[in-house]
Ligand binder design. Structure first.
Ligand SMILES: NC(=O)c1ccc[n+]([C@@H]2O[C@H](COP(=O)([O-])OP(=O)(O)OC[C@H]3O[C@@H](n4cnc5c(N)ncnc54)[C@H](OP(=O)(O)O)[C@@H]3O)[C@@H](O)[C@H]2O)c1
Length: 313
């Protein structure tokens, strides 16, 4: 296991779980944070925060100096403008990898996304987000000396996540709108993603390795799991696909008019109602010895407990 690890994105949802896992594994962790970052999820962890502007080459060089490995989890999953996806997700990956190679790092773990592969039945990404993540992966081909490992988590859920929170809130009301399409769900618990990172630091890749639970769930099973997690009856209400997509388009438009990156938009609505996002995670098991350890009902239970303790639910 590399001793000194530079971690980006540690102030975010997925990155904070990685920070926790790296610190527990005894790594010397430096978390690259921005001036505007909120480090609340890192308080109490044995990690060092290093302020940096990812747009400044000298800051990236300073960050990379002395790191045996880089875990790059910084990225955006929503943006006001398509070009922001490419500038952040691909642009920062390329510059950070170049800085890490110059500084002599010997491992680069990229938190990519299943969106870089695209949904079932497509032979590539179908969104700007997915294309930007694929570009980020492709950048790493130029940096073989970093022995890159690419992880492609499916939808990640767990404590601190805000994307699944509306689902819990709706379920708590007793009614859960679900798409009429029968696409199965195959998410992954955040702590399992963090465990994959620890393994990726030890084993060779390059991947890309899809990360998801092996099991696939129907919306009915998700509703039942939420029922158990929330301790109340949850009735699924099937909505036609077109209604879901329309709601997404309206939400995206409203957010854009407000000048905010949309939390729910047409892309997310299509991801839920039109596309299926299943994958075979066995390559990660063969190469890294990774297998998801937390089944959805258990993970939703932990997550609901955390939301309640934090007053989010
Ligand atoms: N959530 C999922 O379901 C999921 C699934 C697959 C892959 N992923 C990948 O996991 C990574 C983290 O996603 P997340 O859901 O944890 O998102 P998140 O909670 O929004 O966290 C994003 C992190 O990236 C940092 N960041 C964003 N823009 C940056 C920039 N321009 N310069 C430097 N740092 C920047 C943020 O820093 P600040 O705190 O300063 O904003 C934050 O630490 C992303 O690469 C995403 O593609 C997520």
């Amino acid at each position: 296991m590399p001793e000194r690890v530079l971690l980006t994105g540690a102030t975010g949802f997925v990155g904070s779980h990685i920070a926790e896992a790296l610190a527990s594994a005894g790594c010397e962790v430096r978390c690259a944070v921005r001036n505007t970052s909120d480090p609340r999820w890192l308080s109490g962890l044995k990690v060092r925060l290093v302020r940096a502007d990812f747009g400044r080459p000298e800051d990236l060089a300073r960050l990379a100096k002395g790191a045996d490995a880089v875990v790059h989890a910084a990225g955006i999953t929503r943006a006001r403008r398509p070009e922001d996806f490419y500038a952040v997700n691909a642009g920062i990956t390329r510059r950070l990898a170049a800085a890490a190679a110059r500084a002599g790092a010997r491992r680069f773990v990229l938190i990519s996304s299943l969106a870089a592969r695209g949904p079932d039945g497509e032979d590539g990404p179908v969104s700007h987000y997915g294309r930007s993540k694929l570009q980020a992966e492709q950048c790493l081909r130029e940096f073989g000396e970093l022995r890159p490992v690419i992880l492609r988590p499916a939808a990640v859920y767990g404590p601190r996540d805000r994307d699944f929170l509306p689902l819990f809130r709706l379920a708590r009301s007793g009614w859960l709108p679900v798409p009429a399409s029968a696409n199965p769900l195959q998410p992954v618990y955040a702590a399992d993603v963090a465990r994959a990172v620890l393994l990726a630091l030890r084993k060779d890749g390059p991947g890309p390795f899809p990360l998801a639970e092996e099991a696939r769930y129907s919306w009915r099973e998700v509703a039942e799991a939420l029922e158990a997690a929330l301790g109340r009856r949850v009735r699924p209400v099937r909505l036609p696909t077109a209604g879901f997509v329309l709601a997404g388009r309206a939400a995206g438009l409203t957010a854009r008019l407000r000048g905010a990156p949309p939390a729910f938009d047409e892309r997310r609505a299509r991801d839920i109602a039109v596309h299926a996002w299943t994958c075979d995670p066995s390559a990660a098991e063969r190469a890294l010895g990774w297998r998801a350890g937390v089944p959805l009902p258990e993970g939703l239970g932990h997550t609901a407990g955390w939301y309640r303790r934090e007053g989010w639910l």
